[in-house]
Design a protein around this ligand. Structure first.
Ligand SMILES: Cc1ncc(COP(=O)(O)O)c(C=O)c1O
Length: 371
C-alpha cells in the first residue's frame, strides 16, 4: 500500500463545500488586497493565541523577518537560536542584518536548551529565537526570565505549533502568547495550511503591533507616506478566506494527529531500535511531525521508499554546518545533540486523514526493517 507523507487532496475533499464559496466570495468582490477576511482571520488567530494582536503577512519566513527588522539590528548584533530547525529561522536573522548564534538542543524534545541559551548571551545579544519544533513548545518559562534579565526580545517561532500549549505556573499558555512576538506559518503542510504561502505574527505589545503593521505595508501607516522602509508582505485575501474556512477544523485535525502519534508510539514502545518522540509532560503536542530516532536511518528511509511509504528527514544538516553560514566559524562537533538528531531522525505520515490501514502499513514497514 502506498502511503503519502501528507495528503492534502483528502483534506480538500472533506472541506471543498466550505472553502470554495469562501474563495468565490472574494473573487465576486474582487477585493484581493487587505480585504475583510484578513482582519477576520487576524481576530480569530489572536483569540486562538490569547494575544491582543495578530498581523497577517506573506509567509512564516516574513513573520520572522518583520519582528527581527523591528529590532533595528546593527552589524554584529546577535540573535541566539537553535541549529535544529527549518532554514528560515536563521535565514531571517541574517536577512534582518543580525548574526545567528547557535546553541544546542535538548535531545529529549529537539527544542533549544535554555541553559545553553544563557551561556551564549553576550553584550551584543539582542534577542532569543526559540523554535517550537514539530508541534511542541520549547521551555518558554525558562527562556522568559533569561530574556527579561538581559533586556532581550523573545521571538517564538511557532510555524509548526499553532495552538500548541504548555503549562506554565499551572496555567495553559499558547505558543506565541508569552513572547515578545510569536510567528506562525500557513505553508500548506502546517496544521493550518493555506492554498499557498502565508504567515502571521501575534503579540501583546500595542506599539510593536503598529510597527509590524507598517513594516508589512512598505513602512507606511498612511498610504504613500513612509516613516521607514518596509516590505510588501501582506497575507492574500483569498488565502485568508481559505484559512477562515479551515480554522474551525484545526482542533479536530490536531486531535487526529495526536491520536495517530499515540498509536505509533504504542506500536513502537519498548522496541530496541525505534525510539518514538517524547512529549514534554508540560506540553500539549500537536504533532505537525511525528519524528522517530532510529539507527541505520538512511537504510530505513530507502526501505520505506521501496515500500511506497512517505517519509522525510527534518532536518538532515544542522544550520551551523550549512555552507552559507561557514563565515560564522562553526565546526562539526560544536552541537552534538543537534548533529546526532540530524543523523537519526525520520518523520512518518501523521496527517489527520491517515486511515488505520495506512498507518498499519507504515508501522509494519518500519518493524519489518528492524526485524
Ligand atoms: C520552524 C519554521 N520556521 C519558519 C518557517 C517558514 O515558514 P514559511 O515556509 O511559511 O515561510 C517554517 C516552515 O516552513 C518552519 O517550519
Amino acid at each position: 500500500m502506498n502511503v503519502p507523507l501528507l495528503d492534502l487532496v483528502a483534506q480538500y475533499q472533506g472541506i471543498k463545500d466550505e472553502v470554495l464559496p469562501a474563495i468565490m466570495a472574494v473573487i465576486e468582490r474582487q477585493a484581493f488586497i487587505m480585504g475583510a477576511e484578513v482582519g477576520q482571520l487576524e481576530a480569530a488567530v489572536a483569540k486562538l493565541c490569547n494575544t491582543r494582536h495578530a498581523i497577517g503577512c506573506a509567509s512564516g519566513t516574513d513573520a520572522l523577518l518583520l519582528p527581527l527588522k523591528a529590532l533595528d539590528l546593527r552589524p554584529g548584533d546577535e540573535v541566539v537560536t537553535t541549529p535544529f530547525t527549518f532554514f528560515a529561522t536563521a535565514g531571517a536573522i541574517h536577512n534582518a542584518g543580525g548574526t545567528p548564534v547557535f546553541v544546542d538542543i535538548d535531545p529529549a524534545t529537539f527544542n533549544i536548551d535554555p541553559a545553553a541559551v544563557e551561556a551564549a548571551i553576550t553584550p551584543r545579544t539582542r534577542a532569543i529565537l526559540p523554535v517550537h519544533l514539530f508541534g511542541q513548545m520549547a521551555a518558554i518559562e525558562a527562556l522568559l526570565p533569561i530574556a527579561a534579565r538581559h533586556g532581550l526580545a523573545l521571538i517564538e517561532d511557532a510555524a509548526q505549533s499553532i495552538g500548541a500549549r504548555r503549562k506554565v505556573d499551572g496555567v495553559w499558555r499558547v505558543a506565541g502568547e508569552l513572547g515578545t512576538v510569536g510567528t506562525l506559518s500557513f505553508f500548506p503542510s502546517k496544521n493550518l495550511g493555506a492554498f499557498g504561502d502565508g504567515g502571521m505574527m501575534v503579540t501583546q505589545d500595542d506599539a510593536l503591533a503598529d510597527r509590524l503593521r507598517r513594516l508589512r505595508l512598505h513602512g507606511g501607516a498612511k498610504q504613500y507616506f513612509h516613516d521607514e522602509v518596509g516590505f510588501n508582505s501582506r497575507l492574500d485575501t483569498l488565502l485568508a478566506a481559505v484559512l477562515l474556512a479551515k480554522l474551525p477544523h484545526l482542533a479536530e485535525w490536531s486531535a487526529a494527529r495526536v491520536r495517530h502519534a499515540a498509536r505509533y508510539t504504542e506500536a513502537f514502545a519498548g522496541h530496541p531500535d525505534v525510539c518514538p518522540p517524547r512529549t514534554d509532560p508540560a506540553n500539549e503536542h500537536i504533532f505537525n511531525q511525528y519524528t522517530l530516532r532510529v539507527p541505520r536511518r538512511d537504510a530505513l528511509q530507502a526501505h520505506l521508499k521501496a515500500r511506497g511509504i512517505g517519509n522525510s528527514i527534518y532536518y538532515p544538516l544542522s544550520l551551523h554546518l550549512q555552507p552559507c553560514f561557514a563565515h560564522l566559524g562553526y565546526a562539526e562537533g560544536d552541537f552534538p545533540a543537534s548533529e546526532a538528531a540530524s543523523a537519526q531522525v525520520i518523520s512518518l505520515p501523521v496527517f489527520p486523514e491517515l486511515t488505520e490501514a495506512q498507518q498499519q502499513a507504515v508501522i509494519d514497514a518500519v518493524l519489518e526493517f528492524y526485524a
